[in-house]
Design a protein around this ligand. Structure first.
Ligand SMILES: C[S@@+](CC[C@H](N)C(=O)[O-])C[C@H]1O[C@@H](n2cnc3c(N)ncnc32)[C@H](O)[C@@H]1O
Length: 228
């Protein structure tokens, strides 16, 4: 585990460095900067250059610190990796000769910040946007049709009780809008039983909503196409 890394503790760090084998002078893209664990490891492995991307404006603080520590070897782009082609071209980068790394999903820093609304463990506003702009989870949960809700919950969360969860959401929001993560988790727990492995019944639905709100699968498809 890298020392002095505050916030998210990246997994697979050693495997990523072993696979990429960073070399002096190479250019690497860290498409999911987060708290910078991958960028930091790449920069420490060789005298290489790293361009990092993150769509979450909160990542900029850590990126500025990394920039200060690595001078011209590190650059940060606020945006999504799905658009990395155009982001990189706008910086005059036409070829990435080292490699591209994506550490997908949500960071523990995002999960643990109740105000971001990603987690059923910490009560907060039902938000779930990595970019802090666009449609939030509250709008989707309160406005989508039962069919649309069930489709998202089944498709992105593989929740077998997706239709029951969607029905419970639609019934609950008739009483009052669902606006907090804990409210939503309580509604889900009424219709989904705890599984034998102890997984919280809200896990799959929360994952599905996060993937939908952040358009994560389309982002991945665009990111992979750009990386080819
Ligand atoms: C699992 S964390 C990465 C953690 C990072 N490897 C570290 O060491 O801290 C995922 C990060 O990717 C960002 N992210 C997710 N999807 C993204 C996308 N499509 N474009 C840019 N950033 C994205 C999130 O905002 C989050 O900060």
């Amino acid at each position: 585990m890298p020392s002095r890394l505050v916030g998210h503790v990246p997994v697979l760090l050693d495997d990523v460095v072993a696979l990429l084998k960073p070399r002096d002078g190479g250019l690497y893209v860290d498409g999911t900067f987060g708290c910078g664990g991958y960028s930091k490891a790449l920069l420490a492995s060789a005298v290489c250059n790293v361009v990092a991307i993150d769509r979450d404006p909160h990542a900029r603080g850590s990126a500025e610190k990394m920039k200060a520590g690595h001078g011209g070897r590190f650059d940060f782009i606020g945006g999504s990796f799905g658009a990395m082609d155009s982001h990189l071209r706008a910086r005059g980068v036409n070829r990435v000769d080292g490699g591209i790394v994506l550490d997908l999903g949500v960071s523990s820093t995002q999960l643990d910040d109740a105000s971001r609304g990603f987690s059923f463990r910490h009560d907060g506003p039902l938000d779930m946007r990595m970019e802090t702009a666009g449609l939030d989870a509250k709008s989707f949960v309160n406005q989508a049709s039962e069919k649309e809700l069930a489709g998202v919950i089944r498709g992105y969360g593989e929740e077998r009780r997706a239709l029951s969860v969607a029905r419970a959401i639609v019934a609950a929001r008739k009483e009052q809008p669902i606006s907090r993560t804990r409210e939503l988790a309580t509604i889900i727990r009424r219709v989904v039983k705890k599984s034998a492995d102890g997984l919280d019944p809200a896990t799959r639905t929360f994952q599905a909503l996060r993937v939908h709100i952040n358009n994560e699968l389309d982002e991945l498809a665009s990111g992979l196409a750009a990386a080819e």
